[in-house]
Design a protein around this ligand. Structure first.
Ligand code: ADP
Ligand code: MG
Length: 550
């Protein structure tokens, strides 16, 4: 037809939609949470834009989301007066895999539908989840400040259509035509329940149109920013839903920290530590994703200065009373206030971890998920190294499947042992290295370090409790003062002359490939092992760097 532009979805979107359309996922109601969450984000973004361009909201200053039911037409409508989308934004946001979370989801798809369906719960799929319940969807959007509206329609099967539309005022209206069997989403009572469960924390009113007494409109949620409410009035479920909203997450928070800082600077923090690793944890950008508000106005979720890279797994909001509303994102990075807030957040997070470390089992779950990231702090946060070291946990030659702290390690040190011994390598091989033989023979515990970051922080000259870290693969380690454990076998030493001949032969055979060949006391069973000189690079690190060069 005239004026209709039909476009194909990007291949990944088509795959995703196929899964949605055929989904047997049990919690289909989450589509409503996703739409309300998007509406709330859109209002946040417009509120921010209006700080510098007040005309954008002058005609309609009250932000809201409106739900409307059309039982006869089997339609459910979700409308917001947020920032809206232009033609090109509709195409980019609803026709491609715009956000990295969705692409991580698609990467995980196996093609086995029963398995893939469970991924919906693990990743969340945002807007596209509407196709779990709708046979067709229309999005009409008008960008704030623009006279032009556009309609996007699709039945989720490969293509969508774009046409000019009319919309009174800015914002986005999404109309779902529900599939047979999905009538529950036409039921006012059911919608109220869903909004209360998933979207109560949304800071703007979610209004159900015309379903109240005598056809009145009804606000379904508390409609105040969750972090501004008193802690005692917030349930764990509400915290959980809020976490999933701000963190774009699907798991439960492992820790929730909600506090108000008063004094020289004033702000409210509501921070979460996730249970599971977010998909972008090892993204090279290492960006933090905290949302910054200034007196309840959303400013940015991209302020690196708020958290150091080694705490980038933390999610949540910070609402400052002191920063100026018109602060630019660039100024924020430089601001002394930001630096103070940052110090406050780090302190709060580290002390929460310290508290939670008392429960060894729960803490191990945290450590397994985020320890590799937290350890980056040993390398880059000079000021707080000791604190982070105290929070670190390690697998060792004696820990089995568990992990221990350095305090545990030091308490178990052998008589005359002066250093904390470690070996770096890959998880599969490191515990079987011949380098460990002399240590095992003397019953000396050795830390088994298997994260790439371990090669870096162990090189910065840290100590714990006055004990330096010492690699078992470097230099000549004198263990002679530490007695062999009972049952150790000491082979009878060969005559010196024979050893000298052997060493000369080995040097001749290996030539330039080695720096030196020496007699060693570190082996008990293996005849030979490779070590790095004390001044040289650790062997595992050298191997890593070589692998990088390719
Ligand atoms: P996410 O919200 O995680 O970015 P979604 O799939 O939920 O992912 O949405 C994709 C994008 O579409 C959003 O980032 C946003 O740019 C845009 N979008 C979705 N809904 C709206 C809306 N109601 N108003 C404005 N933009 C929207
Ligand atoms: Mg979303």
């Amino acid at each position: 037809a005239e004026g209709v532009e039909t476009r194909g979805f990007e291949a990944e979107v088509a795959r995703l939609l196929h899964l949605m359309v055929h989904s047997v996922y049990s919690e289909k109601e989450i589509f409503l949470r996703e739409l309300i969450s998007n509406a709330s984000d859109a209002c946040d973004r417009l509120r921010y834009a209006a700080l510098t361009e007040p005309a954008l909201t002058a005609d309609d200053p009250g932000f809201r989301v409106e739900l409307a039911i059309d039982k006869d037409g089997r339609r459910l409508t979700i409308a917001d007066n947020g920032i809206g989308m232009s033609h090109d934004e509709l195409v980019a946001n609803l026709g491609t895999i715009a956000r990295s979370g969705t692409s991580a989801f698609v990467e995980q798809l196996s093609g086995d539908e029963s398995k893939d369906v469970n991924l919906i719960g693990r990743f969340g799929v945002g807007f596209y989840s509407v196709f779990m319940v709708a046979s067709s969807v229309e999005v009409v959007s008008r960008k704030a400040g623009s006279p032009e509206a556009w309609s996007w329609t699709s039945d989720g099967a490969g293509t969508y259509a774009m046409r000019h539309a009319v919309r009174e005022g800015r914002g986005t209206t999404i109309t779902l035509t529900l599939r047979t069997g999905e009538d529950e989403f036409l039921d006012a009572w059911r919608l109220k329940k869903i909004v209360k469960t998933y979207s109560d924390h949304i800071a703007l009113p979610v209004i159900l149109k015309g379903e109240g007494e005598e056809g009145a409109d009804e606000t379904l949620n508390a409609a105040s920013a969750l972090w501004t409410r008193p802690k005692a009035e917030i349930t764990p479920e509400q915290y959980g839903e809020f976490y999933r909203h701000v963190g774009h997450a699907m798991d439960e928070p492992w820790a929730t920290v909600h506090w108000k800082a008063e004094g020289t600077i004033e702000y409210t923090g509501l921070l979460f530590i996730p249970t599971n690793r977010p998909f972008d944890l090892f993204d090279p950008k290492r960006e933090s994703r905290l949302k910054l508000y200034v007196r309840r106005v959303f400013i940015t979720d991209n302020c690196e200065a708020l958290l150091p890279g080694y705490l980038r797994f933390v999610r949540g909001v910070v609402d400052s009373a002191d920063l100026p509303l018109n602060i630019s994102r660039e100024m924020l990075q430089e601001s002394a206030l930001t630096a103070k807030i940052r110090a406050g957040l780090i302190k709060k997070i580290l002390s929460e971890l310290d508290k939670r470390a008392a429960d060894a089992e729960a803490y191990k779950a945290f450590w397994d998920a985020f320890g590799a990231v937290l350890k980056e702090g040993l390398y880059e946060d000079f000021e707080r190294r000791e604190q982070v070291l105290k929070l670190a946990r390690f697998r060792t030659t004696k820990s089995g499947e568990g992990v221990i702290s350095l305090a545990d390690y030091v308490a178990r040190m052998r008589p005359n042992q002066t250093a904390i011994h470690f070996i770096t390598g890959d998880a599969a091989g490191v515990g079987h290295s011949p380098q460990l033989e002399a240590f095992k023979a003397r019953d000396i515990e050795v830390l088994l370090l298997t994260d790439p970051i371990d090669d870096f922080w162990t090189g910065v000259g840290l100590d714990f409790d006055g004990k330096p870290f010492q690699s078992v693969t470097r230099g000549d380690i004198d263990l002679s003062l530490i007695p062999e454990a009972a049952g150790g076998t000491q082979a009878e030493a060969a005559p010196d002359a024979d050893i000298a001949t052997l060493i000369a032969a080995a040097k001749l055979a290996l030539g330039e490939q080695v720096k030196d060949v020496r007699v060693s006391k570190r082996l008990t069973d293996s005849p030979v092992c490779l070590v790095a000189d004390s001044g040289d690079m650790d062997m595992h690190l050298a191997r890593l760097l070589r692998a990088h060069k390719g």
